[in-house]
Write a protein that binds this ligand. Structure first.
Ligand code: NI
Ligand code: MN
Length: 242
């Protein structure tokens, strides 16, 4: 299995059957290493979206319309993909639920963050309405590995529950301002007890610029997990029997 970092929170999980994309933020992402066309050449199995913010929905609709990929998200956002965006192959889930697809299992877990669907009023003077949605993280089980993508989140005590799941790799936001920063992300690593940790959601714009090596050093000092800072385009290969 290969875990490929495409900048910001966009992760690709590549298994023999194809690729699972999480938060495919491509065209507006200054750090993304691939194009929409590059993605369309992959065998896309699924696109998983953690929440309704443009840096996470990214190019989901465009990719889904041109492929067979199943779009997976929380109920309200999934419904928006069907009703407003016209997507057909959408799976609705919610916090705490697990879904067994053909090629992998996915569980939706808590994230502490915001997210609402904004819809313009139909009349000129209508106020813009915002429908609240619930952001989430995902835990994937595939090829004998367990992978956690935290989405956008603050540090939360609920992360302790993940320590029972034997997580091989945790993708955690460290960019601060909108999510946890370095210190809280290090506490999260301690709560989660994952074998490895990869930082995400940093350096995309000045407001979330942080020193990712500082995070890696702090994890080495304080936690049992192995930190791995990936540059966009870099991958982490996992051996299925290790
Ligand atoms: Ni967000
Ligand atoms: Mn974000």
């Amino acid at each position: 299995m290969e875990l490929i970092y495409h900048g910001h929170s966009f992760i690709e999980i590549k298994i023999d059957q194809g690729s699972v994309l999480i938060d495919p933020f491509i065209t507006e992402n200054p750090k993304c290493d691939i194009s929409v066309d590059d993605c369309l050449e992959k065998d896309l199995i699924a696109i998983c979206v953690t929440h309704w913010h443009t840096d996470h929905i990214g190019n989901t609709v465009q990719l889904a319309k041109k492929t067979w990929a199943e779009v997976i998200s929380t109920f309200e956002l999934a419904k928006y993909f069907v009703d407003t965006c016209g997507l057909e192959n959408v799976h609705k889930m919610h916090i705490g639920g697990k879904y067994e697809c053909q090629d992998f299992d996915i569980k939706v877990v808590q994230a502490v963050h915001g997210g609402g669907i904004a819809s313009e009023g139909k009349m000129k003077n209508d106020r813009m309405k915002v429908f609240p949605t619930k952001p989430c993280g995902f835990v994937f089980s595939l090829d004998n590995k367990t992978i956690y993508h935290a989405g956008d989140t603050a540090l939360t005590y609920d992360m302790k529950l993940l320590s029972d799941m034997d997580i091989d790799v945790a993708f955690l936001p460290i960019g601060d301002n909108f999510t946890m920063g370095i210190d809280d992300a290090c506490k999260a690593v301690d709560f989660i007890q994952s074998k490895r940790v990869v930082p995400i959601h940093f350096d995309t714009w000045p407001v979330i610029e942080v020193d990712s090596n500082k995070f890696a050093k702090k994890v080495l000092l304080e936690d049992n997990a192995k930190p791995k800072v990936l540059n966009p385009g870099q991958l982490l290969a996992l051996d299925s029997d290790s």
